[in-house]
Design a protein. Structure first.
Length: 85
């Protein structure tokens, strides 16, 4: 019984740490977790900003692709930001 409860807690913990399968979630995962991009103090702050931009018409799918292709190059990431304003 104890093992079953422990397994459920482990799965629940993993699910809460999962990246949202959205352009913003994937882009923020790259920026915050992969690149440690200093412009965002946390994953949540990145996600909130991206979702705000998305509601204002920004092409977050295109920006995500650009950021992922930048491979953590800060100059290239800034260029992605400018290209998708």
């Amino acid at each position: 019984m104890f093992r079953a409860v422990l397994a459920l807690l482990f799965v629940a913990g993993c699910e809460s740490a999962a990246t949202p399968a959205t352009p913003c979630g994937e882009m923020c995962d790259t920026l915050v977790r992969d690149c440690s991009y200093e412009a965002f103090p946390s994953f949540e702050s990145c996600l909130q900003g991206c979702e705000f931009d998305q509601t204002n018409g920004r092409d977050t799918e295109g920006q995500k692709d650009c950021v992922q292709q930048a491979e953590c190059d800060t100059f290239e990431i800034v260029e992605c930001e400018n290209a998708y304003e």
